[in-house]
Structure formats: C-alpha cells, structure tokens
Design a binder for this molecule. Sequence first.
Ligand SMILES: *Cc1c(COP(=O)(O)O)cnc(C)c1O
Length: 425
Amino acid sequence: MTFENTREFAQDLDNKDVLRQYQDEFIFPKVNDKKVIYFTGNSLGLQPKRAKSYVDEILNDWANLAVEGHFYAQKPWWDYHERFANPLSSIVGALPSEVTVMNTLTVNLHLLMVSFYQPTATQYKIICEEKAFPSDQYMFQSQVHFHGYQPEDAIVEIKRREGEHNLRLEDILAKIAQVGDALALVLIGGVNYYTGQVFDMKAITQAGHQVGAKVGWDLAHAAGNVKLHLHDWNVDFAAWCSYKYMNSGPGNASGCFIHEQHHNNPNLPRFAGWWGHNKERRFKMEPNFDPIHGADGWQISNLPVLSLAPYLASVTLFEEIGMDALILKRDKITAYLEFILHEIDQEVNGNFEIITPANPSERACQLSVFLHGEGRSLFDYLMKNGVITDWREPNVIRLAPVPMYCSFEDMYEFGQILKAGILAK
Ligand SMILES: *Cc1c(COP(=O)(O)O)cnc(C)c1O
C-alpha cells in the first residue's frame, strides 16, 4: 500500500478502520484541552471506560454482602480468576487450563523458576538476552545465587553484534547449541522492551528443548500485542504483566502460562498456597496440599479481586475484537507511523534511525527511534504539545501506536508536531 502524509489520507484510513469505534472505549488524558496522542501503551495502557463498572461492582458487593461476597457476589470472588481462562487462553494461544492470573510479573517468573530452574552440578546455565529488562536481570542473579552458583558463570547473555541493535536468530540458536548439555533454562523477553524486536519463539523453544533445557518467556511486551501459540510451540512456561498492552491498570496482576505436559508432574517443585489446593476441598482446611490440575495449581493466595476487576473488563475488549483483527490494524498503523517518520526525516534532514527491525515479522506495535542530534528539549516539546512518548538515554524515543485506541490521524498529527519541534530549535 502506498501511503500519503496528509490529514485527508489519514482520515480516510480511519474511516475504513474496523476497530475505530474502540477508541471511544478508552479514557484519554488531555493536554491543552485536547486528547493526547498516546504512544506509551507499551508502558501503561489507557483506562478502558468499562473498568469502572467492574470495580464498582466489587465495591458494591463488598458493601452489601461483605464476607458473603466470596460466594454470592454477582461474580463470586472465590473463583473470580476462572473468568480469565477462556479469553486469556485465546490471547496467548493456550488451553484454558494452561493459564491463570495471580501476583505480579517478576514474582511469577520467580515462582515459575522454582518449578523450571532446577540446576545440577553439570546443568545449571541460563541463557537470556543481553540488556534484558532490569527486573529480569536481578531475578536471574538472585536465583543463581540462591542455588549456590555464580552469575558470571551461570548466566549466559546473547549479545548483539558490533554496530547492530537487534539480536540475530542464528546467534541465539548457535549459543543454545554451544552451551548444550550445561543449559538448564532459556528465558528471554518475547518482545524486547527497548527495541521492540519480536523473537522467533517457536524456533528458540525448539532449540532449547533439543539440548534438554526448559524454555520460558517473559511476555510483558508480547501479551495482547503479538499472536502467540504457547501451547503449540511447546513453551514450558510464560508470564506477562497486564498493565501494558492489556490495559488493566497500574502495577496490576500478572497472567501466567504453564504447559499442560507439566500439570500432573509430582516431581516438579513449587511454592504452594491454599488457592492452589483442590478447589472442592479448599475450605476443609486439610493439612496436605493437593494441587489443582492446571495452571491454577500454582496459585498461592486468595485473589486480589479489586485489581482483577479492571483486568477482566479489559479482557472483554480483546474477546470482542480478537487478536487477528487487532494484528491487522497493528501492522498497518505501525507501517503508517514508519512512513510518517521517513517523510518527516526527509523534510527536516533529521537523520532518524529506526532501531526496531524493518521486517514486519520481527516487530509488533513499537518503533524505537534514535533521534541523532536531538536532546531532551524535543521530548519536552512533544509532551507539551500533547504527544505522550517515552525517552530513553541517550536519545531514543519509543513509540507504540496501540491498535486498540490509536488513530491514523494521530500518526499524521504526531509527524506535524515532531517536525515543528525539530524546526523550533
Ligand atoms: C515491564 C516489564 C517487567 C515489569 O515487571 P513487574 O514485576 O510487573 O514490575 C518485567 N519484565 C519486562 C521484560 C518488562 O517489560
């Protein structure tokens, strides 16, 4: 498709956009009395309007029923999480029994490492990406220490080649083969948070299994953004936060996936709690742990229902739209943003460098742009003019044109503001 850098062309794309009505499902902050252009849904998704009624329902049930709400609320609290099984399983490509919601992302990855990282004297290494998200780095280091190994020895980072911004699949596969028998676990972000690169999760999972390692994925930037087939890819485990592309609200609960093949394995260690116990017998308060078969068996505590409520509201939007329609728009709006960036770059001699892969199969809804020669003042200009983006040192802006609520006209408008900001220097 050939694009044009005009308002009319962008409006025409909006008129043809089958997801257009969903922009009205979200609350946009305002700057100068105008809805912002929101590019940071990869950091904190906007609030769905329907979130409030879901939260109010819990508050009302709590007021009217108090403890009885566990069983008699409109959506009883004791098994509130079960409402996520169907919608989440279609979002991540899993069986309903393979997904659950609990805790928060890093906590869940720690818990899943309890089950899936069991180092031995000869097989104890972890492969991860270079410059992984800091929380993941701290997690790896502390897990390795906990088991009595040294991070310098046990953690193997896959590096970018000199002068390149992205990891090459061939280098990842080669590293897995090289570490071979010593490899206990591969755990990488499915979508890199900084560059937006999407990894070939199927090929990497297969390569890890070939050398006898377990393979897990941190899907913080992938859930609700990328088409996933966790079950078919034979991924051992995965977890994601829900406040980025899943629009569930700040710091909200995490989702996790545990492959069916591990559900009934009594040899898998896990840290247990009463919410993972046989549901029918939970309130009999028995001394011996009898885990629920499935991902729910990894639950520990009584549910934070007030925070699950906006997550559930958001999940209904994904259910209505479906990942396929979302991804069609994602690719088109991302390509349009890329086009706009190239146009503005030419107009202002900008020397912009998009470090996200140009190949649509290696990226999703994020373009990270190196604005050579620009400083923080440009970022401040964008923010003042209603473009919410984020700035990473030295001078990279990350732009996520989230398909559920961003418009093509937003992309056009952003181009105009960016140009004015650069010319205003
Ligand atoms: C956002 C993000 C996290 C955040 O973890 P929390 O435990 O929810 O604070 C972790 N890993 C990656 C890759 C992320 O992008």
